[in-house]
Design a protein. Structure first.
Length: 291
């Protein structure tokens, strides 16, 4: 059995987190390789394991990505996270609709398949948000990551240049959400391994605010509101999938005195190992390699 850590040609052998995970597997006497998804599809055999990790950018070629996933399933390769989780997690607007019992940033789907001009998009957007009291909104692809095609839309603005980009990619599914101004205080990401909360990270990705270094949050200091939301999500996972994901990152943003869910990352989550204390890292690696 070979345990593959999936990456891209650009990232291969360069991502510290991948290397740490590989070393943890090797230390247990297991065969482990950091390899591109394309090569893994070619060489993996039944019973091998693939941990999707630094395959960042898959959302741009998500149809090819899903083809690879399908081929791996045909070869009986064990996938982390499991195949059902990957398919469920790829489209934000779809999985948001299944977890509406959680506090989520309000999300509206944009159907742009028939638009021919910027004015067409403007009319659709204005119609969807006309009853929303917010003035600023975020438009982004339902399948996306790392700020890809994300733009701020001003409800009262006379010029919204970001719509130009959307028109050029109207074949994609887009969604729109109210902009949460407290994002300047940072997003809070909670890391789970084997269904257990390990730690939190306060991060400043730099998409809407100044980019700053992430800050570690001890599990004991994670706000109780977030613990409650995560427990509800864990119950949902158990009911729907009859199992829990191996690795998971859940992103929240503060809104008023509470928090709203921004994203669940089950496909290629950055776990921010480089920002956590060594004792916490060692504990997480022990959990992670327990396949």
């Amino acid at each position: 059995m070979t345990i593959y850590i999936g990456t891209t040609q650009k990232n291969k052998g360069l991502i510290q987190e991948d290397i740490l995970i590989q070393k943890a597997f090797l230390s247990r006497g297991l065969v482990s390789k950091i390899e591109t998804l394309e090569n893994i599809v070619s060489e993996a055999t039944s019973g091998d394991v693939l941990l999707l990790k630094s395959i960042w950018g898959y959302h741009i070629y998500y149809k090819k990505f899903l083809e690879y996933i399908s081929l791996l399933k045909e070869k009986d390769v064990i996938l982390i996270n499991d195949y059902e989780y990957i398919h469920w997690n790829i489209d934000k607007s779809k999985y948001f609709s299944e977890i509406d019992f959680l506090k989520i940033v309000p999300t509206y789907k944009l159907d742009l398949g028939t638009v021919k001009s910027i004015n067409d998009i403007e009319r659709i957007v204005q119609l969807i948000i006309k009853d929303d009291l917010n003035t600023k909104f975020v438009i982004k692809p339902a399948i996306g990551a790392s700020g890809y095609l994300v733009c701020i839309y001003d409800k009262d603005g006379t010029v919204n240049n970001c719509i130009n980009n959307i028109l050029d990619h109207k074949n994609l599914d887009f969604m729109i959400q109210p902009f949460r101004s407290q994002v300047v205080e940072g997003e809070i990401s909670i890391i789970l391994i084997n269904g257990k909360i390990q730690y939190g990270i306060q991060r400043f990705p730099g998409i809407f605010t100044e980019k700053n270094e992430p800050e570690y949050i001890d599990v004991q200091k994670i706000p109780e509101q977030l613990i409650g939301q995560i427990n509800l999500l864990i119950n949902f996972f158990n009911d729907k999938f009859k199992s829990l994901p191996k690795i998971c990152r859940i992103d929240f943003v503060k809104h008023g005195l509470d928090y709203e869910l921004m994203e669940i990352e089950l496909i290629d989550p950055d776990l921010f190992f480089r920002y956590i204390p060594e004792n916490v890292l060692n504990k997480c690696l022990v959990e992670l390699v327990n396949i």
